[in-house]
Ligand binder design. Structure first.
Ligand SMILES: NC(=O)c1ccc[n+]([C@@H]2O[C@H](COP(=O)([O-])OP(=O)(O)OC[C@H]3O[C@@H](n4cnc5c(N)ncnc54)[C@H](O)[C@@H]3O)[C@@H](O)[C@H]2O)c1
Length: 321
């Protein structure tokens, strides 16, 4: 399978991630079959996809006169056989449980062409484990997007023990054609790259609040208006290289490195979520949303819009639109 042979895609699971993937494939001109286990869920997905496509039209990312055809390219179905008919690429975004991924893959083995690539959106499960009962495990890859996949370029690709180089190369090329920024992990790792980084930061965020150093809102402010703004421009290694002035990253690590070792000794290293955190943070988040100016989004719906508006601007700056 060659990436240019991919014309029709199945999105299996049409929740938050599946619907957003569908939007991404549709906006790039592909035909997309969208599958879920019941009609009500599909209706919600359809609404979500149409809303996101209209938003992209309003931002001139999609030409208005293309919208009708783009929407016609979407088929919604609860029939797996129909969903998988004549597709060359399958983006699976079902629930994050091995048993369900195994059930889905059994159906995929039954109805899809053996040449079709199976890409799981799993956030951190191992693709070897997901594919272990499949008759065609050579075509299975992990392809972890970041929410919302139709806007965030990163896709972390993982290979399992049996994944073929051909499937890996075709998937990588396909995501490139889609305008994504794929990374192929050299070996499997639970949580992949970005979620491990994100959760290392988040453990410290939880700990700072629990230690009474700052509030839930302060954590978000410190992240968003400090490192977050910089991370939207480039990664930590390049940033530290700039921080070292003429001495580069070697220089800054020599300069502040010894202090950092003191911080590390003081930082959290627990392995299970502290009791009560979900309630503490939920209350903290609700309080901080209420405190936001309306134009910055002070309810969940407006926050999504605010985030997507900002992401579009950043993507333009990164030449990713
Ligand atoms: N939410 C995120 O931020 C995020 C980010 C990246 C990756 N992911 C991964 O994407 C996948 C989907 O996550 P989500 O947040 O969209 O979840 P979700 O709950 O919003 O969607 C899952 C969908 O799968 C459907 N489903 C249930 N059983 C199914 C079956 N047997 N066959 C097909 N579909 C089935 C559900 O009805 C639901 O619509 C997970 O593997 C998750 O780890 C999530």
């Amino acid at each position: 399978m060659n990436a240019s042979e991919i014309k029709k895609i199945a999105c299996i699971g049409s929740g938050l991630i599946g619907a957003s993937w569908a939007t991404n494939f549709l906006m790039k001109g592909y035909k997309v079959n969208i599958y879920d286990i019941d009609e009500k869920l599909l209706a919600i997905a359809k609404e979500r996809i149409e809303r996101d496509l209209e938003f992209l039209v309003s931002k001139n990312v999609i030409e208005e006169d293309k919208l009708e055809q783009i929407e016609k390219n979407a088929t919604f179905t609860t029939d797996m056989e129909i969903a998988l008919k004549d597709v060359q690429f399958i983006q699976e975004s079902g629930p994050e449980k091995y048993e369900i991924k195994h059930e889905i893959l059994a159906e995929v083995d039954k109805y899809a062409s053996p040449n079709a690539i199976f890409a799981s959106s799993t956030s951190g499960l191992l693709i070897t484990e997901i594919a272990k009962f499949s008759k065609h495990s050579q075509r299975c890859i992990g392809a972890h997007p970041y929410n919302p996949p139709h806007l965030i370029p990163l896709v972390e690709i993982t290979k399992g023990d049996n994944t073929s180089q051909e499937a890996l190369d075709a998937a990588y090329e396909f995501y490139k054609l889609l305008g994504k920024e794929p990374i192929i992990l050299k070996k499997e790792a639970l949580g992949f790259i970005a979620n491990r980084l994100q959760m290392a930061l988040y453990r410290e965020a939880v700990d700072l609040v629990n230690r009474g150093v700052c509030t839930v809102e302060d954590v978000d402010k410190a992240t968003c208006y400090g490192p977050g703004l910089r991370y939207a421009t480039m990664g930590p290694n390049l940033l530290y290289h700039l921080g070292g002035g003429p001495y580069g990253i070697r220089g800054i690590l020599s300069h502040i490195g010894p202090s950092v070792e003191m911080w590390w000794k003081d930082m959290a290293d627990w392995k299970t979520w502290p009791e009560g955190w979900k309630d503490i943070v939920h209350e903290g988040v609700e309080e901080s949303i209420l405190g936001r100016a309306p134009e910055m989004g002070n309810n969940v719906e407006d926050l999504v819009k605010f985030r997507d508006d900002m992401l579009l601007e950043l993507l333009k700056l990164h030449k990713k639109l």
